[in-house]
Design a protein around this ligand. Structure first.
Ligand SMILES: Cc1cc2nc3c(=O)[nH]c(=O)nc-3n(C[C@H](O)[C@H](O)[C@H](O)COP(=O)(O)OP(=O)(O)OC[C@H]3O[C@@H](n4cnc5c(N)ncnc54)[C@H](O)[C@@H]3O)c2cc1C
Length: 184
């Protein structure tokens, strides 16, 4: 029943401040994410290795949700993993430090939007290109890399914040629905 609810691709069940997301991986494995907007200490007090504790959270937080959705949480074959979401301010930047730079999440940690790994790989390619374009002049290369890095990552971080608001903000799930299937 739960597998049917997820279907052949990705499934999002969203509400203000919470959600259940699942998708198919290779071999037909169902991978589920449960999102809850709570303080870190709230999560750290839960023993995720204890199926009874997980069932208690599901009962409290998703008690009135459809059984095929909550089964994705209670009938999983692996122990849930806590993934706290830390972020840097969207417009985070730093002054040039000779000989050093940052890329990937270290440079622009943002709420997951499906772009974090892409951005990290793009940063690496851009940094490599800048170093190759300025042989023997690392400072010029790093300055050129950072000049483009900051606006690129700020734009993605603002988009990630917007997507997060659509998914888990007070109007959820209507904002995201309007984005992907606008009413005519
Ligand atoms: C729940 C969730 C879902 C996500 N979904 C997506 C998605 O669908 N698509 C997408 O593109 N991105 C997604 N992301 C974001 C993506 O995972 C990150 O943006 C990406 O992994 C960043 O890559 P990175 O190499 O910069 O950092 P990381 O992947 O964090 O790699 C840093 C590495 O450095 C190691 N390390 C740390 N400190 C030290 C040390 N002192 N010495 C040695 N090693 C150290 C760490 O162990 C780690 O292996 C998601 C993130 C989360 C949390």
């Amino acid at each position: 029943m739960a597998a049917k609810a997820v279907g052949g691709g990705a499934m999002y069940a969203l509400a203000p401040g919470k959600g259940i997301q699942a998708h198919r991986e290779a071999g037909g494995t169902l991978h589920t994410y449960v999102a809850l907007q709570k303080p870190l200490a709230w999560f750290e007090a839960i023993d995720l290795a204890d199926p009874g504790a997980v069932a208690g959270v599901v009962a409290r937080e998703f008690g009135d949700w459809a059984g095929e959705l909550t089964a994705l949480l209670t009938d999983g074959e692996t122990t849930p993993v806590l993934r706290p979401l830390h972020t840097l301010p969207a417009d985070h930047r730093w002054d040039r430090v000779p000989g050093v730079t940052l890329l990937g999440d270290a440079a622009h940690l943002m709420i997951p939007s499906g772009e974090g790994a892409n951005l990290a790989m793009f940063d690496a390619a851009e940094l490599g290109s800048a170093l190759a374009a300025h042989p023997g002049d690392t400072e010029t290369a790093l300055a050129a890399y950072e000049r483009d890095l900051f606006p690129r990552s700020a734009e993605e971080a603002h988009e990630a914040d917007h997507l997060h608001e659509l998914m888990f903000g007070p109007d959820s799930p209507h904002g995201l629905l309007n984005l992907i299937a606008p009413r005519r």
